[in-house]
Design a protein around this ligand. Structure first.
Ligand code: XMP
Length: 513
């Protein structure tokens, strides 16, 4: 029999089912994921006090939608439908759904109209994130609309008697105000859950689990100096001691001065047993002529794997490969095992080549970046380390649009360094999730002195986020952007214009590729 849980989150294929589960876990609720067509019997067997129907990319108006057993709406336990889940409630219980206004994608405001149970801890008007074109035109019998968007769309509806609730917006994303309060009201006030899960237990549990699985084996850990892989190395080191060997692969796609700084951190400050392999030439060769973003990602993933394999043959044998893979890497690569679609293949999620007979240890596979940062602090990794901006394993290759050439790499690296330096100077760097420069093949005409130049267009991107799943472009001061633009066009040869990216995630992603 499956373990008892408090809330089951039914996965209808969006990027967000796992995020809902995580938010509930953060609140101390025992929450688990379930297939969209979980049966009422299974829900009861698992002891759920309530269920959440997640968002998803499908439309309830489509002919084919993810399968569902509508009997779960009639068990008698509370139900919260989010976005697609909200529309499903309307469809299954006799309401009407229509295709609404695309203008309401992303950030919008809603106004609470009536006393509501799950909206009781919010302000009368608050900011939310919407991510669906369909809306509920008329709620099923027994439901009352309790909030509407600026355009009059039903943003929340509820049937207090049956304890069924629908939200057109996403309470689980960090850009929705009062999302935590709304999920708390549902879990604690409506479902009667009790707090149980403690993030602090994670380290102890994982160290025990790694010890048990690894036994006397040796572990190879791929480290980049970033928060995820470095924290993974320190955690695994706690479990296996000197049977851990770290490998730092310099693929030539690192930021300015990064290789030396990473070695100093890993070796001198953290005392890890780490080997440094300069593989920049072979990565550049593997990327030559490749323009397509997915092909570049896959080429980098397999090159990494080939370097691990060679190292493992030379320095092994190792039985395990440890990686700092996070949940968003898994979900965006379409590898969650659920129905979420592939957004981009993260370099470390593609699987290992057949020749590399290593078992994989991924202690953070269920976690998000901010949780790993907390674990890093608890492990004593501090001193500016935990506030490092995320840097993808694919490195600057995903910030150079089109083919990765030495010249575009130089422009991207130097421009990013100027941008980061100015942000540090202004005291803004650590308040951003990420900030970097992007360069492609677009060239524009410029004028320096009296002569015409023809140089690259560099785009700056800076975002705020708490977990990388959603992000907002940062409203940086105009004077700072002006300074960065002047410095880049003056100091980085071959740049004729600088622009600033003002798109959120969604609909954009954070990295341009
Ligand atoms: P996107 O661009 O999908 O990125 O909005 C979300 C977060 O993930 C990082 N990212 C990666 N990290 N390997 C990684 O380790 C990758 O292949 C990769 N691709 C994106 C990105 O920097 C952002 O913080």
């Amino acid at each position: 029999m499956a373990a008892r849980c408090d809330i089951l989150v039914l996965d209808f294929g969006g990027q967000y089912a796992h995020l809902i589960q995580r938010r509930l876990k953060d609140l101390g609720v025992k929450a688990e994921l379930a297939r969209s067509d979980v049966s009422p019997g299974e829900v009861t067997r698992r002891g759920a006090r309530g269920i959440v129907l997640s968002g998803g990319p499908a439309s309830t108006l489509d002919e084919r939608t993810p399968p569902m057993d509508a009997g779960v709406l009639r068990i008698g336990i509370p139900v919260l439908g989010i976005c697609y889940g909200h529309q499903l409630i309307a469809r299954e219980l006799g309401g009407r759904v229509t295709t609404g206004v695309a203008a309401e994608y992303g950030r919008t405001r809603v106004r609470v109209q009536k006393g509501s149970t799950i909206l009781r801890d919010v302000r009368p008007s608050f900011r939310v994130w919407m991510s669906h074109a369909d809306t509920v035109a008329s709620p099923p019998r027994g439901f009352v609309p309790v909030a509407r968007s600026e355009d009059g769309v039903i943003a929340a509806m509820e049937d207090g008697k049956r304890r069924i609730f629908g939200l057109q917006f996403h309470p689980e994303v960090s850009h929705t105000e009062f999302g935590k309060e709304i999920l708390s009201s549902f879990a604690f006030d409506v479902c009667g859950c009790r707090r149980g899960w403690e993030p602090g237990d994670f380290i102890g549990d994982k160290v025990r689990e790694i010890k048990d699985s690894v036994g006397g084996g040796r572990v190879l850990c791929a480290v980049s100096g970033g928060v995820d892989s470095t924290t993974a190395a320190v955690l695994v080191g706690r479990a296996v001691g000197d049977r851990l060997k770290c490998l730092f692969v310099d693929h030539g796609l690192l930021r300015k001065g990064e290789a030396a700084a990473v070695m100093e951190l890993l070796k001198d400050r953290l005392g890890l047993d780490v080997a440094h392999v300069d593989a920049s030439e072979r990565f550049m060769k593997a990327l030559k002529g490749t323009k397509d973003p997915e092909e570049k990602r896959l080429a980098i993933g397999s090159e990494f794997a080939a370097v691990f394999e060679e190292f493992s043959r030379k320095e092994g044998p190792f039985e395990w490969l440890a990686q700092g893979t996070l949940y968003p890497d898994v979900i965006e690569s379409g590898r969650s095992g659920g129905p979420a679609s592939k957004i981009k293949s993260h370099h470390n999620v593609g699987g290992l080549p057949g020749g590399l007979r290593l078992k994989v240890l991924e202690p953070f596979r269920e976690l998000y970046k901010d949780q790993v940062r907390e674990i890093a602090s608890a492990l004593g990794l501090s001193g500016g380390f935990t506030s490092r901006h995320p840097f993808p394993g694919t490195g600057l290759a995903v910030r150079v649009i089109g083919e990765v050439t030495p010249d575009k790499l130089r422009i991207c690296r130097e421009s990013s360094a100027v941008f980061e330096e100015e942000l540090q100077r202004a005291g803004l760097h650590d308040r951003l999730w990420q900030a970097f420069a992007v360069v492609g093949d677009d060239k524009v005409v410029g004028v320096t002195g009296d002569s015409r130049t023809h140089g690259h267009l560099v785009t700056l991107r800076a975002v705020r986020s708490s977990d990388g799943m959603t992000a907002e472009w940062a409203r940086l001061p105009a004077a700072l952007l002006d300074r960065v633009s002047r410095r880049i066009t003056n100091e980085v040869a071959g740049v004729a214009m600088v622009s600033y990216a003002i798109s959120n995630k969604p609909p954009s992603t954070i990295e341009p590729q």
